[in-house]
Structure formats: structure tokens, C-alpha cells
Design a protein around this ligand. Structure first.
Ligand code: ADP
Length: 793
């Protein structure tokens, strides 16, 4: 009968015994045991050439007393070879002490020769099979452990991270192999803290030592460490923590140590790349600033002189050429400004203004300015501001103006029939906050759908012949988009090729309440009120500028407004002039030989005494970056005008600093000619005699006439009504002629010659100068008459 404990297969048994009686007894017992088996027999150990073959057996019976080699020695040999097959030793009666020795040497069990029968063999084999299966399980668990250890080591190697444990009681470390790898230490040498510290970079040893001591007292650490193993500098991230025992005393510390060299090098590389990018941004900015200076300086002269040329007599042909020069010049300036604008925005240099303004006024201003262009093309330009749009808002009116002007100009440019509409609406997601919606709609050529995604990129146009047909560079929309996004707004386009376009802009703004409305500013006034220009007549201005063309241009523009102009070609000359005369404003170029504008201003502000040191200084430069403005203000300049400037812009700047002066309206002391010309009252005295009433009447008449003449002269000069100026001058000659004042006669002669020309317009500067002289002289006469004839007062 089959033994129920037997394994499924045949039991493979081996017997090594030289005694035939023993073997026979064993075979009989095996038969009686109920196991199904296959038995291999050897009479001595020496005939087994390859010991590894013993692995193939389920159990080995080995006689203790063998010829040639003893069973004990052979047993040891088998176990030394790593063979784990259960071995049952066959011993003689009463040899139990030997059995103990055999078990120590690796035997699994023993059986006494004369006790071998079916039952005992069955028992021994059952024990062996149980032992065998336990050993196999242990072997499998051991294998699984080894696999998981290998995987952990592999993962640690891949992540370049090692783990460690410090046993405080035994003062010893367990360190995973990867830590040895990272530190490049011999894995056979037991790790100590001193060994580790020796690999740490000398500059970091103090830090690491302090962290370790802190950790021993319970403070965890987590830090980057620079190490210096034989292969060169590496970076590691180290962390460690304290594990207490049940009493709270330190039992263990554990932690990890990771090689982060690649990440550190990448970070350093990124830093270097960022520095490089920042430096190249700086180089680009300097290049653009210089380029703008180089281009704007000659452009200033080209545009300025074309404007002056317009005021001279011209044939129709000449006028058309100058028109073309002026148009191209203005265009070039737009391109330069666009490039600078874009580069400023993209380098993060654009700062937004936050001021309170009236949005309806802003829109009216833009539409008023662009409507003539639309009408010229025979199309309409309308604006609709819907009711919910607040009147006053806080935001950047200059940028909003730029955005809308750009979109509407494009609309006009690309529309031949119909018109352009600007529609404004608003929603208020929060109190005092609103989202303004601007829709610029046109009925023009439209934009093909495949261009919608790229049309806001720099230098992109809807089709390749756009520049040829309409001009432009493809920068406008890129600037608009950047400006909108800078203000946290959004821009979108909806358009069908051939059927018009609609650009929609959403801009968040602050709604202005009643309380802060008084701070409202009107930033968009672009030309000075005509009346205030009077303030500039006779103003003493010093222009510090090295470029002869720009000197000439500044002189002309300023003289046109009636200013008295002196020129200095550099800072040193300017300082000489300042010592001799108190100027009302200095216009200061920045880049000049000998002494530049910054240094000159610094000298004026710090080395000279008031009132000279307080003279208003306006920087006049072709640079256009915010940093330049800041630098100008930092050295003590009062304001800044960028070249090329329009005459009106310069006048506006000057008006901020030139004080209204009643003495200048009668610029007696300013007119070099006057002091040399005495006013002879003898003829008047003779005429009046002692008749007090007549004298009073005469003085009254001069007092009445003089301001009236002055008023009229100024008014007609402004309106360039030359006929009327001539008539007034004629009346002046009649009224004041009795005094035979040579200076007045000379001025009246000169102006009448000028005014006889068919178009005295181009000689406007001379006319203004002469009118000023005449005003000064008649005012002086009035004063002299009042003082000289009145006997009382
Ligand atoms: P520019 O007009 O100087 O070329 P923009 O960036 O302002 O540059 O416009 C880019 C291109 O987008 C234009 O060249 C034109 O092809 C197209 N575009 C812009 N606005 C309109 C519009 N309202 N209608 C049709 N096409 C337009």
C-alpha cells in the first residue's frame, strides 16, 4: 500500500554502504514502508566522481563506516559543496555520541543498523520529506529576499540614492552599497562618520559636522553637501533623523544620501544661461538705444528742416517733393518707435501709468484726430460709447490711446467702402472695477481665417503684398497685443476674408468715484493753447547741443515762439554762459564732447549758487528708454524731451517751466536796441504848453491806445493776419511819430517792407521779432509819457 505521506513522484533514494547485509535490510524495510522509490546504490564514497549529482536525490542513506573515506568526512565534503539533500546516517548500536557529532556536521538524521525496519524507515523518510520541504521554503524565502535586496540596490543605484543606519548602542553604521559608490570608498571597510567627513569638501565640513551633532541631539537635518571624492567634486543631498528607544534615549539614526551632481550642474548651467540671456538683453537694449540715437538725431534734422521748408515760398512741384520727404521721414520714425516699443515691452521695461481720465474725452480726441483720414478716403468713422461705461476711470490713458489709435488706423487703412466703428461697452464684475470692452469694427478687406492665429505676431501681415499695397511692417498688432496683455486684458479677432474685421479688446479698469474725481487729469492735450504760447515770448533759453544742425533747428523752433535763444556746444561752454546770464530754461543734450549733459547738470546743481543752480533743465536726447529718463531725473534734470520732437511738444514742455512775466510782455530790458534810444518829449511839451487838461487828455490817450495796439498786434500776429498788422503799424506811426524815435521808425520801416511781400508767412520769425520790438517800444513810450508829462503823481 502506498504511504500517504509519500510525495507524488517516485522517491529517489541513494544508499552508500559497503555492507551487503545492511543494504538488504534497508531494501526490505523500504518495501515495507509503503513508499514508491527508486534506489541507487554505491558501496563506497570514492566511486562518486561528481558530488553535485547528489542533488538529484530526495534522500541519502550514508554509512558511518565506509572503506577509503569515513562517512563523517564525506558528509562534511557534501555539505561543503553546498548540497542540501537530506542525509540519514547509518550508525551502529550504542554510538549516540557519534550521532550528535554527525548532526553537527550537517546530517539530517541517523538510524541504528539493527533497528532498520519498515516502520522506522517510514518515520525517517517522512521526517526527511518534511525537512526537505521546509528547507525548500526557506530557500525560496531566502531567494525572494535576495531578489528584493538586489532590486533595492539596483533602484538605489539608478536613483543614486543610498540609505544608512547608525546604531548608537553599538556605535556602528549600516551603509547601503550605493553610499560607498557615491563616496567612492571601499565597501569592505566598515563605515565611520570620520571616513565620511574626510570625503566632504573642506569648505563644508564644519556645516556637516554641526548637522551630525545636532541630529545626535534630536534635530533632523536635510541639506545639500559638496563632496570631493577621487573622481572630482560632486554634490549630494543628505538627510538624517533620530530614532529614540522606549525611554526616549537615542537608539538609532537613519537617513539617505543622494548624488545630485547632475541636477546641480543643470541648475548651474541654467543660471549661466539666464545670466547670458540677461546680458544679451542688456546688449540688445544698449544697441537699440544707440541705434535709436543714431537714427533719431539725423531724423530730427530732416523732419525739422522739412517743416521749416514748408514755411518758405515753394512751387507746387517742390512742395510735393517735400511732402514725400516728410511722409517718408514720419514713416521711418514710426518704424523706429515701433521697434523700440516692442523691445521695451518684451524686455519688461514698460511701466504702466495709473491716472484718472475721462474716457469719452479720450475717445473723442482719437476719433477727431483720425476722422480726417477716413473722410479723405470717403469712408465713415464713428464711435458709440454705451451708457454703462463710466465717465472717469483709472488706468493708462497713453497706452489705451496707442491701442485704439492702432486698431482704428488699421481699420481705416484696410477699408475702401463703408467705414469703421468704435463701440465701447462695460461690465462691472466687482464694485469700483469694470471690464471695458472695445470693439473696432470695419467693413474692409478682412483677414483670411488661416492668418488669425499668427496675425498678432511681430512682422506678420495677412498677405505678402500687404506692404506693397498698404505699407506697414506688421508690428502694430504685436505691440497692441503686448500692451493689452501688460494690462491683464485680452484681444481677439473675428474676420472673414473680404467681409471686414472686428478686433475686440477687454481691459480691466478701476472705476473712479466722486471723491477722487478732482484728481482727474487730461493727459491727451497735444498742442499748447495758443494763448499760453504768449508766455514764451522773450523767454531766455539756453540750448546746449553739439550737433550744428540740431543747434540751428532748436534756434529756429524757439525763435518762432518768440524766445531769446543762446547756444552752447558742450557742457563747459554752457557753464560759461550760465555765469553771465540767468536763463529761464536750459535745453540739455546728453551725449556731448568735453562735458556731457549728466555731468553739466550735476555741476549746475551741486557747484553753483541759487538762483543759477535752480534753473530748470530739460533733457533733450535721442535715447528713448525709461532708464535714461530715470538717470536724467536722478542727476537733477526737471524733465525730458525725446528727439526728434515736434515744435508743439517742445513748447508744452517749456510752458511748464517758463513763468508768466508781465515784464516780458513789455520786454523793455530785453531789447538790446532800446536803452540806446532816448525818448524825446520836447515836441510834446511844446505842443501841450501849460494846458493841464490837454496834457491829461494826451496821457490818457497814450494810456488807452498803447494796450489796445499791443493787444491787436499780438492777436493779428497769432492769426497771421498780415494786412491787419500793416494797418496797425500804420496807425502806430501816426500816433507815436511825433516823438521821432529812430528805433521805432526803423522797426516800422522794416515790418512794412516785409508785409508788402505777396506771402510774408515764411518770414514769420522776423515778423514776430519786429512786432515784439514795436510792442516794447510803444510800451516804453507810454511809460515815459505817463512819467514825463504828468506833473502830478
Ligand atoms: P501693419 O499694418 O503695419 O502691417 P499690423 O501689425 O498693424 O501691421 O497688422 C498686421 C497685418 O494684419 C496687416 O499687415 C494686415 O495684413 C492685417 N490687418 C490688420 N488690421 C487689419 C484690418 N482691420 N483689416 C484687414 N487686415 C488687417
Amino acid at each position: 500500500m502506498k504511504n500517504p505521506d509519500a510525495p507524488e513522484h517516485f522517491v529517489k533514494l541513494l544508499v552508500i554502504d559497503d555492507d551487503e547485509v545492511d543494504k538488504r535490510q534497508l531494501k526490505r524495510a523500504l518495501k515495507a514502508s509503503g513508499f514508491e522509490y527508486e534506489l541507487t546504490e554505491y558501496s563506497d564514497a570514492l566511486s562518486i566522481a561528481d558530488i553535485s549529482l547528489l542533488n538529484a536525490f530526495d534522500c541519502i542513506f550514508l554509512d558511518y563506516l565506509l572503506p577509503g573515506d569515513t562517512g563523517l568526512r564525506f558528509l562534511k565534503k557534501i555539505r561543503d559543496e553546498g548540497i542540501v539533500t537530506p542525509i540519514v546516517m547509518i550508525t551502529s548500536q550504542g554510538n549516540e555520541s557519534i550521532a550528535v557529532e554527525l548532526m553537527k556536521a550537517g546530517a539530517s538524521d541517523y538510524i541504528v543498523k539493527n533497528e532498520i525496519d519498515g516502520q522506522s524507515i517510514s518515520q525517517v523518510l517522512r521526517n526527511m520529506f518534511r525537512l526537505n520541504s521546509m528547507m525548500r521554503e526557506r530557500e525560496e524565502a531566502y531567494c525572494a529576499l535576495r531578489i528584493s535586496e538586489a532590486r533595492l540596490a539596483e533602484a538605489q543605484e539608478l536613483a543614486k540614492i543610498g540609505s544608512w543606519e547608525f546604531d548608537a548602542k553599538k556605535n556602528s553604521f549600516y551603509v547601503s552599497p550605493e553610499i560607498y559608490n557615491i563616496l567612492e570608498l571601499d565597501p569592505q571597510t566598515p563605515m565611520t562618520f570620520e571616513m565620511y567627513l574626510a570625503v566632504v569638501h573642506p569648505d563644508e565640513r564644519e556645516k556637516v559636522d554641526a548637522a551630525w551633532r545636532g541630529a545626535l541631539e534630536g534635530k533632523p537635518y536635510n541639506m545639500d553637501v559638496r563632496i570631493n571624492p577621487p573622481s572630482g567634486v560632486k554634490y549630494a543631498h543628505a538627510q538624517g533623523r533620530y530614532i529614540p528607544d522606549s525611554t526616549g534615549a537615542l537608539e538609532k539614526m537613519m537617513g539617505t544620501f543622494q548624488d545630485i551632481t547632475d541636477r546641480k550642474l543643470f541648475e548651474q548651467e541654467m543660471m549661466r544661461a539666464r545670466e547670458l540671456a540677461e546680458n544679451s538683453m542688456k546688449v540688445k537694449e544698449i544697441f537699440l538705444a544707440n541705434m535709436s540715437h543714431e537714427i533719431r538725431t539725423p531724423m530730427n534734422a530732416i523732419l525739422g528742416f522739412t517743416r521749416l521748408l514748408f514755411e518758405t515760398p515753394l512751387t507746387a512741384e517742390q512742395k510735393s517733393y517735400i511732402d514725400a520727404i516728410h511722409f517718408s521721414g514720419e514713416n521711418l520714425l514710426v518704424i523706429i518707435n515701433d521697434i523700440l516699443d516692442l523691445s521695451k515691452i518684451q524686455s519688461g521695461k514698460t511701466t504702466l501709468e495709473k491716472s484718472v481720465f475721462n474716457i469719452r474725452e479720450l475717445v473723442n480726441g482719437i476719433v477727431g484726430l483720425l476722422r480726417p483720414k477716413a473722410l479723405e478716403k470717403g469712408i465713415s468713422l464713428t464711435s458709440i460709447v454705451h451708457h454703462p461705461v463710466p465717465t472717469t476711470i483709472k488706468g493708462d490713458p497713453v497706452r489705451l490711446n496707442q491701442i485704439l489709435t492702432n486698431l482704428i488706423s488699421n481699420g481705416i487703412k484696410f477699408t475702401e467702402k463703408g467705414g469703421v466703428t468704435l463701440e465701447i461697452n462695460s461690465s462691472a464684475p466687482k464694485k469700483h472695477q469694470c471690464i471695458l470692452e472695445f470693439k473696432v469694427r470695419d467693413t474692409g478687406i478682412g483677414i483670411p481665417a488661416d492668418k488669425h492665429a499668427t496675425i498678432f505676431e511681430s512682422f506678420v501681415q495677412a498677405s505678402s503684398d500687404t506692404t506693397k499695397k498698404y505699407g506697414g511692417t506688421g508690428l502694430g498688432l504685436a505691440i497692441v497685443k503686448n500692451l493689452v496683455e501688460l494690462q491683464d486684458g485680452k484681444i481677439s479677432l473675428s474676420s472673414t476674408d473680404g467681409h471686414g474685421s472686428t478686433f475686440t479688446v477687454h481691459l480691466p479698469c478701476e472705476e473712479v468715484t466722486q471723491e477722487n474725481k478732482q484728481h482727474q487729469s487730461s493727459p491727451l492735450r497735444t498742442s499748447p493753447a495758443v494763448e499760453s504760447l504768449e508766455q514764451l515770448i522773450g523767454a531766455e533759453i539756453l540750448v546746449v547741443e553739439d550737433n550744428p544742425l540740431n543747434q540751428m533747428l532748436a534756434r529756429k523752433v524757439l525763435q518762432k515762439a518768440g524766445c531769446n535763444v543762446d547756444i552752447a556746444s558742450n557742457g563747459l561752454q554752457a557753464l560759461e554762459r550760465i555765469k553771465m546770464k540767468q536763463y529761464e530754461v536750459i535745453l540739455m543734450d546728453i551725449q556731448m564732447p568735453e562735458m556731457d549733459g549728466f555731468e553739466t547738470t550735476r555741476h549746475v546743481r551741486t557747484q553753483l549758487q541759487p538762483p543759477v543752480s535752480e534753473v530748470p533743465i530739460i533733457a533733450m536726447t535721442a535715447h528713448a528708454f525709461g532708464s535714461d529718463v530715470a538717470k536724467c531725473l536722478a542727476v537733477g534734470m526737471n524733465d525730458y524731451i525725446s528727439k526728434p520732437f515736434k515744435a508743439d511738444d517742445l513748447y508744452l514742455k517749456l510752458l511748464k517751466f517758463v513763468q508768466p512775466s508781465p515784464t516780458r510782455v513789455v520786454p523793455f530790458k530785453r531789447n538790446d536796441a532800446l536803452p540806446h534810444h532816448k525818448i524825446d518829449l520836447s515836441a510834446l511839451h511844446e505842443l501841450a504848453g501849460d494846458n493841464d487838461v490837454f496834457i491829461d487828455e494826451l496821457v490818457l490817450e497814450y494810456n488807452r491806445q498803447t494796450p489796445a495796439f499791443v493787444e491787436k498786434l499780438k492777436g493779428y500776429t497769432k492769426s497771421q493776419n498780415f494786412e491787419a498788422i500793416r494797418f496797425i503799424c500804420h496807425q502806430i506811426r501816426y500816433s507815436y511819430g511825433i516823438l521821432s524815435m529812430a528805433a521805432l521808425d526803423k522797426a516800422l520801416d522794416e515790418i512794412s517792407t516785409l508785409l508788402k511781400m505777396t506771402d510774408p508767412g515764411p518770414e514769420m520769425t522776423k515778423v514776430i521779432k519786429l512786432v515784439n520790438t514795436i510792442i516794447s517800444l510803444i510800451s516804453a513810450i507810454n511809460e515815459a509819457v505817463t512819467r514825463g508829462l504828468r506833473r502830478t503823481g
